[in-house]
Design a protein around this ligand. Structure first.
Ligand code: FAD
Ligand code: MLT
Ligand code: ZN
Length: 471
């Protein structure tokens, strides 16, 4: 290993190869503090050429590499194992926005660009870069691509995959694939770009990307509405889809229990709807027409929803500041959960037609088998994506509870997901957290195909081994 470290010094300046514990530690624990690993070194390359040279050295010396962006992922994908033999390759120094192509409506960015920096750069030129999630101040576009992140705008603009036109990737052999074309049509055989997106650093290291831009909306109205049942929220979604069509850019659901938890830890984030109803839905309409036009449309749809008894209360944000407080309330649920203690997350998608039965049955089973637990349920309802999270009963130690109950709770929830033909990972990925569950979920044929791809692209198994699939 000494030889390997010496070889690394021929590629990177000493200050970009971290080997002392105090320097490495900030890179070794994930955002949720669920996983802590060890690393031989943390390396901080600045160019794709440096990444390629590092990977070639890893291949020669049989050293495994864990690619890392903002380390905000929820599945332990960017955390090394406990062997101390892997290196972490953090891309934060690759943070140049290379180009905005106005005519093509694209932005070319390096993998270490912080998501928010890309949004701001686009906005400064009157463009919208629609990818948006609670971690946008610290997650990086390479990590977003590697996890195919979702977030709050998927309903209108799709997930990260839908926003990407081209990639630059360093392969397991240490070659650079330049696929940085900003084309909206390109049927030239296998889609390599889509293979790397969502592969969580197991097939290649993303070093840059061409992403789509959209015209910046000029009017936006945000509302919070109260509903009594899941079925009302889904009928409401369908009403908005029919009446507002592409103007509907956000549809987020929060349960009473999730907002109670929010208020406990962030009293300033209390639900403005009276009595914190069973279901609160945050709805956003955006357009390029005048503000009055969108407001009128929103009010008309809300009136229809009241008349059909789909909603029992509504409050429309009067200005951008109030709209932001609504969004902050939604995004703070994750932070409130973190404050409360280690919790069990399930990031699932269910066909909307099966969502009501899923929630009713799963809630009943969970409450019967694990009395007193709190179901912290919220999510991107417009995408059928539920964050179905379980916290222990009040007063019970979180770590001790999870130790005994994590496995049976996951099994129960995932069996329900299978029953409803859903997915056990809607947007957070697989990482190490769902490695075991994936085989059963995908089925033998799909799982074998994934392993075949992994073996073909990374025969030495040096790219993020034992994440997503084990070979
Ligand atoms: P990391 O955590 O550093 O890495 C994630 C995975 O990608 C790892 O497997 C890593 O090895 C790999 N990777 C990283 N960079 C590269 C690269 N350049 N090349 C190849 N592989 C790479 N996720 C959602 O989908 N939707 C949400 O709404 C959402 N909200 C969140 C809110 C909060 C408060 C937090 C903390 C997280 C949230 N997340 C959400 C999860 C997380 O932010 C996303 O998964 C994000 O895309 C991860 O980006 P990152 O840069 O932090 O990646
Ligand atoms: C969200 O939708 O807020 C994120 O996916 C975070 C979470 O699931 O906690
Ligand atoms: Zn989410």
């Amino acid at each position: 290993m000494q030889i390997f470290l010496e070889q690394l010094h021929q590629v990177l300046d000493q200050k970009y190869i971290l080997t002392e514990d105090q320097d490495k530690n900030p890179y070794l624990t994930d955002w949720r503090k669920r996983y802590t690993g060890k690393a031989l070194a943390v390396v901080l390359p600045r160019t794709a050429q440096e990444v390629a040279q590092i990977i070639r050295l890893c291949a020669i010396n049989q050293v495994a590499v864990v690619p890392q962006g903002g380390h905000t992922g929820f599945c332990g994908g960017a955390t090394p194992d406990s062997s101390g033999k892997q290196i972490v390759l953090n891309l934060k120094r690759m943070n140049t926005i290379r180009e905005i192509d106005v005519a093509n409506q694209t932005i070319t960015v390096e993998a270490g660009c912080i998501l928010q920096a890309i949004q701001e750069k686009a906005a400064a030129q009157d463009f919208l870069f629609p990818l948006s999630l609670g971690a946008e101040g610290s997650c990086m576009i390479g990590g977003n691509l590697a996890t195919n992140a979702g977030g709050t705008n998927v309903l209108r603009y799709g997930n990260t995959r839908d926003l990407c036109l081209g990639l630059e990737v360093v392969t397991a052999k240490g070659e650079i694939w330049n696929g940085l074309k900003g084309l909206r049509k390109d049927n030239t055989g296998y889609d390599l770009r889509d293979l790397f997106i969502g592969s969580e650093g197991t097939l290649g290291i993303i070093t840059a990307a061409v992403m789509k831009l959209y015209p910046l909306p000029i009017s936006q109205w945000t509302t919070l509405v109260a509903a009594d049942s899941v079925v009302s929220t889904i009928t409401l979604l369908n009403l908005f889809q029919k009446r507002a069509t592409s103007l509907l850019t956000g549809f987020e659901m929060m349960t009473q229990e999730s907002l109670d938890l929010n208020e406990k830890h962030f009293p300033q984030m209390a639900n403005p709807l009276k009595g914190n109803p069973p279901y609160t839905v945050l709805i956003e309409l955006s357009d390029h027409e005048s503000e009055a036009h969108v407001r009128q449309l929103l009010e008309t749809i809300l009136e229809e929803a009241f008349e059909a008894s789909l909603i029992t209360d509504a409050v429309i944000a009067n200005n951008l500041a109030q709209a932001n407080t609504f969004w902050h309330m939604r995004e703070h649920i994750t932070l409130a959960q973190a404050e409360e203690g280690a919790n069990l997350k399930h990031d699932i998608t269910i066909p909307l037609s099966a969502l009501e039965s899923f929630i009713e049955e799963t809630d009943a089973l969970v409450r019967a088998k694990f009395p007193g637990v709190r179901i912290i349920n919220f999510g991107h309802l417009g995408d059928g994506n539920l964050h179905y999270n379980i916290a222990p009963p009040i007063g019970v130690d979180h770590k001790a509870f999870n130790l005994t109950n994590e496995k049976p709770i996951h099994e129960l929830v995932y069996a329900q997901v299978e029953r409803c033909q859903g997915s056990i990972s809607a947007e957070h990925g697989v990482g190490q957290l769902k490695l075991e569950g994936l085989r059963a979920h995908k089925g033998e044929v799909a799982h074998e195909l994934m392993k075949t791809l992994k073996r073909a692209l990374d025969p030495q198994n040096i790219l993020n081994p034992h994440k997503v699939v084990s070979i």
